[in-house]
Structure formats: structure tokens, C-alpha cells
Design a protein around this ligand. Structure first.
Ligand code: AMP
Ligand code: TRP
Length: 336
């Protein structure tokens, strides 16, 4: 891959079911950027991040494969992008350690995601606090310029920039400062059970999200039970009608119709009509992805081959960066 291209890097944690918020907020942009052909594209299943909350090993293993296979089903192409699993490239945890030595604990304690997640841990684990340092390592290992993510990740990218700056100042220019790339139309899809909170794969109530692999029956059920607002008017007003606005946004993203057109189409109709049609639009939209996912899953040898290839390509870049980092820090260079 030519080195003069700018690099994009992003990832999703395999800690639950990938949902339509992950797709519209992040992965859709990855596929578009990949297909534009302007970047060196690197996409990762960040399993080392997943273990900052308790994971059952057998389930984790199958989720890693599921998320990786979904990446391919959604259109990431191993011929155009490096697609790999974080734990297969040990340089991520190596750089994580080094960066943790220049990251103030106070900065980490300030992170919203840490504050949310640490509330759920009886005794707060060091890995959860360190989560954004590992994320910075992911990004910086590949000299990343652009990080396509949902809005909730802005704080982590900002911290990554601060860590990169600090490293460059202390040891010499090595890391570019990465920029976030946010899809403004889908920066935050809200939960179906509570439009005040983002749709999240770690939500306790699975009615919170539509998973990319949910069956048509489940999708119909979840949309039917989605909360609505008081009143009956179908109109986009995120402040006063957050639930209906979220449903309209999802409808618009799947149907590619502007929200204003949907408002006209549904003027004077009941919420239940909107919900019925929305469920069908989602089912139709997810059907080709689910079909592709089934096809790919039926070919584990192919998946294994792509996993190995991706890891080798990522490792080649990451190990070069680490050689440079080690030398800048003053570690010995022994070729053993
Ligand atoms: P996570 O599910 O936290 O691993 O997030 C993976 C990617 O999806 C990140 O880039 C997030 O910013 C994005 N994302 C997660 N949830 C949402 C959501 N509800 N709306 C938009 N983007 C999201
Ligand atoms: N923290 C991100 C999330 O929760 C996942 C992630 C880990 C990531 N490493 C990354 C995203 C590097 C972008 C770049 O969604």
C-alpha cells in the first residue's frame, strides 16, 4: 500500500451485539472511505478493549469472530483495507504501557465513558481507567491521520492528541495528531427504550438496540415496544419529541428519504403506522447484510485466512513504529 496516502483507523469492541448505531455512526463511513480509495484503511476488532469489562471466554471468542465477519459482510474488503483483531498484534499492548507512563491519571478519570462504566464495577479496575491509553496506542501505532467514529468518542480522540503531543515533545516528532471524523447525520442514535441515552450494545435491556443480526420477528417486536412521546404528531423535534425524532432519524437513514419528506408522508397518521413501516424498512435494509453474514460464516477457512492476512499486515506496520518508539525512548536495540 503506498505510504503517501493518509491513514484512517477505527475499531469496535466485540463486547456485545453490533447495532444500527455502530453501523450508521461508524462503520458506514469506514466503508465509504475505503471505497473512495484515498486512504490507507485500517479497521480493528478491539478485543483488548472488550476485556475491560468482564467477558466469558467462549462468548468473547465467538463475538470476536462475529464482529470480524460482520465487518466483511458490511462491505469492508481485505483487498482494500487492513482488517484485523487487536490481540493478534502484541504491539498494541506494548505501546499502551509506554503511553501510560506519560498520561496523567486525572485526565483518565475525567473521561465520560470511564465515569459511566466504572459505576458498574464494584471495585474499579485499572484496565478500565487505562482504556483510552490503549485506544491512543491503537491509533498512534499506525500514524493515523483520521479516526471515523461516533460522537461519544470525541473525548478519547482529544486525549489521544494530547498524548501524541506530549510524546512528540518529550522524545521527538513521531506521531501525527489524529483528527476525528464524525458523520453529522448519525453522530448519536438513541436507545429505543430511552431516547435520553445512546443506543448501546452494553445496555442491560436488549430492547434498547436493533442488532444488525436481529431476525425480522425481533425487529418488529423491538420497534413495536419502542417508547414514544406524548401527543400524536409525527414531527422531528429532538428536544420535545426525542423518541419520535429518533425513530424518524433511523427511518431516514435506512430509507435515504429526508426527514422532512417522512414528516409529510406520515402527517396525520398514528405512531403505530410509522412503527409498522419503520420495522419493514429496517428488515429490508439489514437483509442483504444478514445473508452475506450467513454465507461468510459458512466458510470458516476463508475467515481464518483473512484474519491471518490482516494480522500480518497490521503487525508489519506496528512493529516498525515500535522500533522507532523504543529507540526514541532510549531502550536497548538488541536483535534477538
Ligand atoms: P462501541 O459500541 O462503543 O464499541 O462503538 C463503536 C463505534 O460506534 C464508535 O465509533 C462509536 O462512536 C459508534 N457508536 C456507538 N454507539 C453509537 C450510537 N448510538 N450512535 C452513533 N454512533 C455510535
Ligand atoms: N473506544 C472505542 C469505542 O468504544 C473503540 C475503539 C478502541 C476505537 N480503539 C479505537 C475507536 C481506536 C477508534 C480508534 O467505540
Amino acid at each position: 500500500m503506498p505510504n503517501n496516502k493518509k491513514t484512517i483507523f477505527s475499531g469496535v469492541t466485540p463486547s456485545g451485539n453490533l447495532h444500527i448505531g455502530n453501523y450508521f455512526g461508524a462503520i458506514k463511513q469506514w466503508v465509504e472511505m475505503q471505497n473512495a480509495g484515498e486512504y490507507q484503511n485500517i479497521f480493528c476488532v478491539v478485543d483488548e478493549h472488550a476485556i475491560t469489562t468482564l467477558q466469558e471466554p467462549a462468548k468473547l471468542r465467538s463475538k470476536i469472530l462475529e464482529v470480524f465477519t460482520l465487518y466483511l459482510a458490511l462491505g469492508l474488503d481485505p483487498e482494500k483495507s487492513i482488517i484485523f483483531v487487536q490481540s493478534s498484534v502484541s504491539e498494541h499492548s506494548e505501546l499502551n504501557w509506554i503511553l501510560s507512563t506519560i498520561t496523567p491519571v486525572g485526565e483518565l478519570e475525567r473521561m465520560t465513558q470511564f465515569k459511566d462504566k466504572s459505576q458498574k464495577q464494584k471495585s474499579i479496575l485499572a484496565g478500565l481507567l487505562n482504556y483510552p491509553v490503549l485506544q491512543a496506542a491503537d491509533i498512534l501505532l499506525y500514524h493515523t491521520n483520521t479516526v471515523p467514529v461516533g460522537e461519544d468518542q470525541l473525548q478519547h480522540i482529544e486525549l489521544t492528541r494530547a498524548i501524541a503531543k506530549k510524546f512528540n515533545n518529550a522524545f521527538g516528532q513521531i506521531f501525527p495528531l489524529p483528527e476525528p471524523f464524525i458523520n453529522k447525520e448519525a453522530k448519536r442514535i438513541m436507545g429505543l427504550d430511552d431516547p435520553a441515552k445512546k443506543m448501546s450494545k452494553s445496555a442491560e435491556n436488549s430492547n434498547n438496540y436493533i442488532a444488525l443480526l436481529d431476525s425480522p420477528e425481533i425487529i418488529r417486536e423491538k420497534i413495536k415496544s419502542a417508547v414514544t412521546d406524548s401527543g400524536s404528531e409525527i414531527k422531528y423535534d429532538a428536544e420535545n419529541k426525542p423518541a419520535i425524532s429518533n425513530l424518524l432519524l433511523i427511518y431516514s437513514l435506512f430509507s435515504k428519504k429526508p426527514i422532512s419528506e417522512l414528516e409529510k408522508e406520515y402527517a396525520g397518521k398514528n405512531y403505530s403506522v410509522l412503527k409498522h413501516d419503520l420495522a419493514e424498512v429496517i428488515i429490508e435494509g439489514l437483509s442483504p447484510v444478514q445473508k452475506k453474514y450467513q454465507e461468510l460464516s459458512a466458510n470458516p477457512d476463508y475467515i481464518k485466512k483473512v484474519l491471518r492476512q490482516g494480522a500480518a499486515k497490521a503487525k508489519a506496520i506496528a512493529s516498525q513504529t515500535m522500533t522507532e518508539v523504543r529507540s526514541k525512548i532510549g531502550f536497548l536495540e538488541l536483535s534477538v
